[in-house]
Design a protein around this ligand. Structure first.
Ligand code: AHR
Length: 347
């Protein structure tokens, strides 16, 4: 019982700190308000317990975020937190930052179950290992929304997946890479977090499309950069040493491409010219790189899922049926249009 009271105040504290950050268009600012759950718990007392999930008045949602590995992730976090702050009269958000660890996400879900929240949201850091905790949520009658990444569990264990088609993103990336390098040459691939659906599926889509449609393009190396800028840079540095004749790099997200671009420049080469880049996400920084001629193409993956997430959670609270996959509609942008669209980008 005591734990329930503590976690209720975490939620209230988080919403208040988010309201302070509301209105900022800088996604990094907003992400800074997302304290790790463990730290937030230390700041709690028992006084705000009356605002708990048990009141039943508001839509009470627990969200277990992966962490802050990329600009895209920051934008998604901001979208969720800003929606909660703007709708604080009807919505209560208990936000946990798992700092890239599945065990922290599982702990957060168990805590949300104890709080008896209405709906649990999760961006699963990896695909496997969720069966038991999802079953616990189901036993407690709490629906789970998978946001942006999928989990490898029986469909009956979650209510819906809201997000993009990562396999399709990989295929579109392959087509654009082929166009950029004239259908031939050696390229490298920098993968996302091992075991994450965004990495597995973007690799499957890209590699299969290359094998099927572009026999003169060879993927000479493929390694994880963990979806981070630092990871992308480190992997690209080592790729450049062992593969001096590559003409392109495909990265599973823009942040890793931005790191790779740094490595290419430090190696005395011109990114965007000597080595073409294709990546996924569509964050503002990659548009800047395209405007500067240092990147060539980004396949969009919309992170602004907050409104749809809460609307879907409300429907589930009301007992309505929702589609098993609410698919995001995304575009693709090349450097020749970057200058025209950069000012209209929302993340
Ligand atoms: O799950 C979506 C991916 O996760 C984004 O492409 C990436 O930037 C993030 O870390």
């Amino acid at each position: 019982m005591k734990r329930k009271l503590l976690t209720a105040l975490v939620s209230a504290t988080m919403v208040m700190s988010l309201m302070a950050g509301c209105g900022s268009t800088d996604t990094n600012d907003a992400a800074e308000t997302a304290e790790p759950a463990a730290e937030a718990e230390e700041t709690t007392s028992e006084e705000a317990s009356d605002d708990s999930a048990a009141s039943g008045e508001k839509l009470v949602v627990g969200f277990a975020q992966i962490g802050q590995e990329s600009g895209w992730r920051d934008a998604e976090t901001a979208s969720i937190q800003e929606y909660a702050a703007e709708h604080s009269d009807t919505v209560e958000l208990n936000f946990a930052d798992a700092q890239q660890k599945q065990e922290n996400q599982i702990k957060a879900i168990k805590s949300f179950i104890e709080q008896d929240v209405d709906v649990i949201g999760l961006a699963p850091v990896v695909e496997t290992g969720w069966d038991q905790v999802f079953a616990e949520a189901q036993d407690a009658g709490i629906p789970i929304i998978l946001l942006d990444r999928t989990a490898d569990v029986d469909e009956s264990l979650y209510a819906t997946f809201i997000g993009s088609d990562f396999i399709e993103e990989g295929k579109v990336a392959a087509d654009n890479m082929a166009t950029l390098i004239g259908g031939k040459g050696k390229i490298v691939e920098i993968e996302g977090t091992v075991g994450a659906s965004a990495a597995t599926d973007r690799k499957t889509g890209f590699d299969e499309q290359m094998a099927e449609k572009y026999p003169d393009i060879e993927i000479v190396a493929s390694q994880t950069g963990d979806f981070t800028r630092a990871g992308g840079k480190e992997v690209m540095e080592s790729f450049l040493k062992s593969n001096p004749d590559i003409v392109g790099v495909y990265c599973h997200n823009d942040d890793m491409a931005l790191g790779a671009i740094e490595a290419i420049k430090e190696a005395g080469l011109k990114p965007g010219e000597d080595i073409k880049t294709v990546s996924v996400d569509g964050v503002h920084d990659i548009f800047e790189a395209m405007v500067n001629g240092e990147a060539n193409c980004t396949v969009e993956c919309n992170p602004l899922l907050g409104p749809l997430f809460f609307e879907t959670a409300q429907q589930l609270k009301e007992g309505k049926t929702v589609d098993k996959w609410v698919k995001s509609v995304d575009g693709v942008f090349t450097s020749d249009v970057a200058a025209d669209v950069i000012d209209s980008r929302k993340y």
